[in-house]
Design a protein around this ligand. Sequence first.
Ligand SMILES: [Zn+2]
Length: 65
Amino acid sequence: MALYEKLRTQKGGVGAAALHQRRCTGCQLGIDAAELSVIKKAPSDEVIRCEECSRILVRTSESGL
Ligand SMILES: [Zn+2]
């Protein structure tokens, strides 16, 4: 419940960030290889979140996947 509230609070700011060149453009942190492979396998309609800043990661052709 606490986590849910935290995510809701953060949504007041920037809720989503593009995944660009294997980096989250929200926090500029590189996504590690293990996480990238999970993202790669996830269906396109599945919501992926950055582990660091909790923003929703938007996959593009420039994501580096
Ligand atoms: Zn991030």
